[in-house]
Design a protein around this ligand. Structure first.
Ligand code: NDP
Length: 339
């Protein structure tokens, strides 16, 4: 494997990575996909996904990722278990160390996503997907007429609490300080919402419940006094920020202060030719947002790997799904009529 030069190596096996795999595989680029530390990505830590088109009755997150994976496999994606520990993007072909093994690539698609920061307590891990969630948009609707706690004091926490009040009778924001980090406008909206309450200077010590019956309450610790109190709740939403999984590329790829990769506006190009970024958002919303990006990365990587040059002009659409082709034809016909 050390001597093999892959046309495309995809890093990450969430929706963006698997979409890139599907498209590059269908372009006969025989992609190699490195699954990373969280195979399937963050959708594997959610339960039911109800808002993905095509799954009329919803689908479990892990099952959905299994379907994505099988679809990518069907067209020849080669999966590799393991995580990249080192990336040498300053030389050609690119070199990636995957658990001690060298993988070479002409083009690299980075879809390593981001990981939701978690509290790190045992009960949070045990009840994740059973009343504990890091995504209100994904899981909020499951708590209709129930109560929820949202942890955090930033924009995400307040937005999540606001969103949750469409379903829950009460959303209580638990924040470790007595001042919010969120922007003023978001704060004002949350404070005006009669269904939102605040508990200040507090952290969750323990979440009560079990996977069968879900969450039943939390033990809160006041960080100023040390006093602990128990609160009843049906759900805990952890919204304390996300960490993009890009530490590996520091010093090689341009990124912002948080670690999100910088791409050329409207594209998936990073600052290194042949290296593409194909994931934007860390929540289940990535399903919506990252697919066009992954497809875009696929298009650019086929060019980068020299594939397009070998094809006759106009064949760029040969591997596009029929429904996209049909849409293109309809739009072309409309434009023709308008002209
Ligand atoms: P932030 O980093 O802004 O906020 C994280 C919050 O979680 C902080 O209040 C922090 O507390 C708290 N926190 C961090 N770690 C812990 C911990 N271990 N235990 C308890 N609490 C913890 O992240 P966000 O996801 O809220 O926002 C990220 C970025 O996205 C921001 O720039 C934000 O403005 C932007 N955003 C904008 C939105 C909008 O405009 N509508 C919506 C969502 C996000 P402390 O304050 O004490 O550090």
């Amino acid at each position: 494997m050390a001597d093999e030069i892959n046309k495309v190596v995809i890093l990450g096996s969430g929706p963006a990575g698997l979409t890139a795999a599907l498209y590059t595989a269908r372009a006969n680029l025989s992609p190699r996909l490195i699954e990373g530390n969280e195979p399937g990505g963050q959708l594997t830590i959610t339960t039911e996904v109800e808002n993905y088109p095509g799954f009329e009755h919803g689908i479990q997150g892990p099952e959905m990722m299994d379907v994505f994976r099988r679809q990518a496999t069907r067209f020849g994606t080669r999966f590799m278990t393991g995580a990249v520990t080192e990336a040498r993007l300053g030389k050609r072909p690119f070199e990636l160390m995957v658990d001690g093994k060298m993988v070479k690539a002409e083009a690299v698609i980075i879809s390593t996503g981001a990981s939701a920061k978690l509290l790190g307590i045992e009960s949070e891990k045990r009840l994740m997907g059973y009343g504990v969630s890091a995504c209100a948009t994904c899981d909020g609707a499951f708590f209709k007429d129930k109560e929820a706690i949202v942890v955090g004091g930033g924009d995400t926490a307040l937005e999540e609490a606001n969103f949750l009040t469409r379903f829950v009778t009460k959303a209580t924001i638990v924040h470790r300080r007595d001042a919010l980090r969120a922007s003023k406008i978001v704060q004002d909206r949350a404070r005006r919402n009669p269904k939102i309450a605040f508990i200040w200077d507090s952290a969750i010590d323990e979440i009560f419940g079990d996977p069968k019956n879900g969450v039943s309450g939390v033990r809160l610790k006041n960080l100023k006094t040390g006093a602990t109190t128990d609160h009843k709740t049906d759900a805990v939403f952890v919204a304390i920020g996300h960490q993009p999984n890009t530490a590996l590329f520091k010093g090689q790829l341009a990124m912002d202060e948080v670690g999100y990769l910088k791409v050329k506006a409207g594209s998936t190009y990073t600052n290194i030719e042949g290296v593409f970024a194909a994931a934007t958002s860390p929540t289940a919303c990535i399903v919506r947002r990252s697919q066009p990006r992954a497809r875009d990365a696929w298009r650019r990587s086929t060019r980068s790997a020299g594939w397009k040059r070998k094809k006759p002009a106009g064949d760029d659409f040969a591997h596009m799904p029929n429904f996209i082709l049909r849409g293109l034809k309809v739009r072309a016909a409309r434009a023709h009529r308008r002209a």
